[in-house]
Design a protein around this ligand. Structure first.
Ligand SMILES: [Zn+2]
Length: 92
């Protein structure tokens, strides 16, 4: 299953089907679909310094919300971002 932005589809149909007489039909197809609530996925990565430039001697800092954690995790424990933007800095 793939999720799309309903408001964007509405807008696109209104533009693409303008003057065809089929806008109402197309929009009614959208209106019949099951609604699923979803939250956009946010991404981040673990770094060795805060945004201010202050380095951490132990643990890691998340790029998503600038919070410290004792170890790298798959998801940020502070904001839930998916931490798959790998960028290792082994210069410690
Ligand atoms: Zn975060």
């Amino acid at each position: 299953m793939e999720l799309i932005d309903c408001a964007a589809v509405y807008e696109d149909i209104m533009y693409e089907m303008c003057g065809t007489g089929f806008q109402a039909n197309a929009l009614s197809v959208i209106n019949r679909q099951q609604e699923i609530e979803a939250v956009p996925v946010h991404y981040g990565q673990w770094t060795k310094q805060y945004r201010s430039g202050v380095l951490v001697s132990s643990g890691v800092v998340s790029s998503c919300c600038d919070m410290w954690n004792e170890r790298e995790t798959k998801y940020c424990p502070h904001c839930g971002a998916k931490m798959n933007l790998e960028e290792k800095d082994n210069g410690t």
